[in-house]
Design a protein around this ligand. Structure first.
Ligand SMILES: Nc1nc2c(ncn2[C@@H]2O[C@H](COP(=O)(O)OP(=O)(O)OP(=O)(O)O)[C@@H](O)[C@H]2O)c(=O)[nH]1
Length: 212
């Protein structure tokens, strides 16, 4: 069977419970928005292919539970990530303060080469804003990350944010592209199985309609 993509990257969504990680992912992959908050249990993932510089990049995006009690499980996924979204909610100063804690976990558990991007979600909630755009810009600069404010609700900056991280991962791995291509031959089979409904996600939430 013809190969359906050139490289496969694993991206990870991290951030406090309720910041909108699942909604960002559902908006990006299915153009859907779910108004209710049903906490992710453990981890779940969805996939989408992007074409960047003529290269078919298959993104496998892992949505992690923000709740503290799942941290032991979710930390096991950092190790294999090539890109990480650090997400806060612009209506929650607390979720913004916690980015420091998420970033230090990434430093501890993710590969050194991992690419990161800072995301301030719920930009549509103008009246409830607690975190100024400038605060996000400043923090991202301090960490050397790119920064986007997004809204899963209005679809603001969603494609841009996911594409940017995939571009960063691609740039960081360009030298190893041939090696990646080779190792992804094995992954092709696993991905096809997932697409055919043999998804092995650890513990997603079916009620969200967010199964791969
Ligand atoms: N207004 C607005 N609400 C949003 C946005 N994104 C998510 N929400 C809402 O925020 C709540 C939490 O969203 P989720 O995507 O479930 O949050 P999460 O980060 O995945 O939460 P956990 O799974 O518990 O870690 C839900 O009620 C969403 O509808 C957004 O961009 N704008």
């Amino acid at each position: 069977m013809a190969k359906q993509y050139d490289v496969l990257f694993r991206l990870l969504l991290l951030g406090d419970s309720g910041v909108g990680k699942t909604c960002l992912l559902c908006r990006f992959t299915d153009n859907e928005f779910h108004p209710s908050h049903i906490s992710t249990i453990g981890v779940d993932f969805k996939m989408k292919t992007l074409v960047i510089d003529g290269i078919k990049v298959r993104t496998q995006i892992w949505d992690t539970a923000g709740q503290e009690r799942y941290q032991t499980i979710t930390k096991q996924y950092y190790r294999r990530a090539q890109g990480i979204f650090l997400v806060y909610d612009i209506t929650s100063e607390r979720s913004f303060q916690h980015i420091m804690k998420w970033a230090s976990d990434v430093d501890e558990y993710a590969p050194e080469k991992v690419q990161k991007i800072l995301v301030g979600n719920k930009s549509d909630e103008v009246d409830k804003r607690q975190v100024a755009t400038e605060q996000g810009v400043k923090l991202a600069k301090a960490y050397g990350m790119d920064f986007f404010e997004t809204s899963a609700f209005t679809n603001h900056n969603i494609t841009e944010t996911f594409t940017r991280l995939a571009e960063q991962v691609l740039a960081a791995n360009k030298k190893d592209l041939d090696l990646l291509r080779m190792s992804n031959d094995e992954l092709n089979l696993a991905a096809l199985e997932e697409e055919e409904g043999l998804c092995d996600s650890t513990a997603g939430d079916e009620r969200k309609g967010c199964w791969c």
